[in-house]
Write a protein that binds this ligand. Structure first.
Ligand code: DGP
Length: 115
């Protein structure tokens, strides 16, 4: 059996996290290594490794995750200043946790192109 990812362990309540939102489909919590004043990770409860592993049946779930991101951006006063949503995918994308996650970054000006 493959080992649980750190995010699955957070979903299962085995390790603590600073959870800012949760519902039956997803969980949002503060990143342990924040790269901006607001840095929240939004993850599906369903175990999906990355964007590469999304199935047709996940269409509604992904839409839901984006609506949660919009809600969090409003709640954390990021709408007028702007923010960035990042989904690192695979080795070159910088993905380090093999459970699909959306970074919501805000509270400072972002650069482009990303490093
Ligand atoms: P990525 O590089 O896109 O796979 O991002 C993974 C992020 O997960 C990274 O910014 C650090 C964060 N992270 C890793 N382990 C933990 C943890 O145990 N708790 C929390 N809150 N965040 C974690």
């Amino acid at each position: 059996m493959t080992q649980k990812t750190i995010f699955k362990r957070i979903i299962d309540g085995e390790i603590p996290a600073d959870i800012v939102y949760q519902d039956d489909l997803c969980l949002a919590f503060r990143d342990i290594n924040p790269q901006a004043p607001t840095h929240i990770l939004v993850i599906p409860r369903k175990e999906i490794t990355s964007v590469n592993d999304l199935a047709d049946e996940d269409q509604t779930l992904v839409g839901h995750l984006y609506l949660v991101i919009r809600h969090l951006a409003e709640e954390h006063q990021l709408v007028s200043s702007g923010y960035r949503v990042v989904v690192n995918t695979g080795a070159d994308g910088g993905q380090t946790v093999d459970h699909l996650h959306f970074h919501l970054l805000g509270g400072r000006s972002m650069q482009w192109p990303p490093g």
